[in-house]
Design a binder for this molecule. Structure first.
Ligand SMILES: Nc1ncnc2c1ncn2[C@@H]1O[C@H](COP(=O)(O)OP(=O)(O)OP(=O)(O)O)[C@@H](O)[C@H]1O
Length: 198
């Protein structure tokens, strides 16, 4: 369970919100606060109030974050090094890193991209590399900020199935795509920084 209490941060004002496990679609108009909400859930920004994921703060557990603009956050030149980065930074041994990178690349059907230069990828390919990099360390929370804005509907639907099958306990998926919203386990709708009660 993700629990937010007494949150005040920029546009956000959330008294109490409990998010069960599963895929949660985060929706709302432009400027409603979706990215701000995702960033505090991921522990990237620290609000007034508390955010916990299964009883601990986001910074005390493994969180994978996929930005709306994943190429802005890529730090390595070659795709496989980029995907490997969370594991290398946590000093996993190289055999384990290689096996995990290959496994996540196979799941996302991107093995043909592993040797490519990140700069040469299309927008959709960069998004899939961002998802692979976020998933490789088996996060307890996967946060994705409008991944479908760069993906064609078919790839977006495939991504939904892959994420569902990944076994990641908590997924926050900001989206405007009706199909994703329909298939999510729950929906959080934001209006000017507040959660709509439904
Ligand atoms: N660093 C910041 N400082 C001050 N205000 C900010 C900052 N970042 C975002 N905002 C404002 O907070 C509001 C919510 O922004 P946010 O990016 O969370 O919305 P969003 O729902 O993700 O929007 P979109 O769908 O357009 O991406 C906007 O009015 C935005 O201008």
């Amino acid at each position: 369970m993700i629990i937010l209490e007494n949150i005040r941060y920029r546009i956000l004002e959330i008294e109490k919100l409990s998010i069960p496990s599963g895929i949660t679609a985060v929706i709302g108009d432009n400027g409603a606060g979706k990215t701000t909400f995702l960033r505090i859930c991921a522990g990237m920004d620290l609000p007034t109030g508390t955010v916990t994921i299964n009883g601990v703060t986001p910074r005390e557990c493994e969180v994978g974050y996929v930005s709306e603009f994943p190429d802005r956050h890529m730090i390595f030149s070659v795709v496989q090094d980029e995907i490997a980065s969370p594991l290398r930074f946590s000093r996993k041994n190289s055999d384990e890193v290689s096996a995990s990178v290959l496994a996540v690349a196979e799941k996302l059907n991107i093995t043909h991209l592993l040797d490519r230069d990140c700069k040469t990828l299309s927008g959709g390919e960069k998004m899939l590399i961002g998802v692979a990099t976020a998933l490789v360390a088996k996060p307890v929370l996967l946060v994705m900020d409008e991944p479908d804005s760069h993906l064609d509907p078919e790839t977006s639907a495939e991504l939904f199935t892959i994420i569902r099958e990944s076994g990641c306990p908590h997924v926050l998926w900001s989206t405007h795509a009706k199909k994703i919203i329909q298939h999510a386990d729950q929906i959080i709708e934001l209006t000017q920084g507040r959660v709509n009660e439904s």
